[in-house]
Design a protein around this ligand. Structure first.
Ligand code: SF4
Length: 259
């Protein structure tokens, strides 16, 4: 791998130009180069920040979300504490941030923190379940575009959503996708197969109809102890989906789904 990496960013861009690579292709190659060099030098160039363990859904297979009772009186980090963490990370070399949870859009200071990263020039990706992607939030993001948004999709109708997440919010999530498309904000979709999602063919069909890049998690993570959820939802062979590649728009598939 090392010998394939050019010795400098300058030689990489020369090579990319000679190969006629431009636009997103050139950008992606440069980003890969930066991440490779950062790993070599132990620089934390990428960071994923769980702004809150709370979530507006309650997926049965989720490894991470807590409810208010499970917080046991502990409070979320406030905005100033997060800014201080971001400052430390940026000082150490952070360039690419991913905001997640729980559901990061439920965090009360989400917009302030997002704008803070934006103002500091950090490329920011949002992981979300889409329920709070309202008209207002869409307008906010249209004004301050993120590097990427990745949504989780938990079914093809309200019944399946209720079985997986406890809430009948399928229509809300689909409306959010429509709004983002209308606002020309790129996004991708991530699927976490589990035994409560039973309409896999319909789901694959739906993904193609939505027409954005998508990825499918290859397994489930063991829930953290404090969630009280055992890993009962991932029997061997749980991944029943074929794993096609989604239609590409040149944007990256981003980090793992929160759940
Ligand atoms: S999987 Fe994601 S959307 Fe579902 S409860 Fe967990 S954090 Fe929330």
């Amino acid at each position: 791998m090392t010998e394939l990496m050019p010795p400098s960013l300058f030689s990489l861009t020369e090579r990319l130009n000679a190969e006629g690579k431009e636009g997103y292709e050139q950008y992606a190659a440069i980003r890969r180069y930066i991440q490779f060099k950062a790993r070599e030098q132990a620089v934390p160039v990428c960071g994923t920040f769980e702004l809150t363990p709370l979530c507006n859904l309650s997926c049965k297979m989720c490894y991470v979300h807590l409810n208010e009772d499970q917080l046991k009186g502990r409070r979320l980090l406030d905005v100033d504490a997060w800014k201080s963490i971001f400052d430390q990370a940026i000082e150490a070399g952070l360039m690419y941030a991913t905001l997640t949870g729980g559901e990061c859009l439920t965090y009360p200071g989400f917009r302030e923190l997002y704008l803070y990263l934006h103002a500091r020039g950090i490329e920011t990706t949002i992981l979300s379940n889409g329920v709070l992607m309202t008209e207002e939030m869409t307008a906010f993001l249209a004004e301050h575009p993120p590097f990427g948004i990745q949504f989780t999709l938990y079914g093809v109708d309200d019944d399946e959503y209720e079985r997986v997440t406890g809430r009948r919010v399928f229509g809300k999530v689909m409306a959010a996708f429509d709004r983002l498309k209308a606002a020309d904000i790129p996004f991708s979709i991530c699927i976490t197969p589990n035994q409560y999602m039973r309409k896999e063919k319909e789901l694959i069909r739906l993904l193609y109809e939505i027409g954005v890049p998508f990825s499918i998690n290859s397994g489930l993570k063991t829930p953290r102890e404090e969630t009280g959820r055992p890993l009962l939802d991932a029997p061997p062979g749980c991944l029943r989906f074929p794993v096609p590649r989604g239609p590409g728009n040149g944007r990256p598939r981003s980090a793992d789904c929160p759940g």
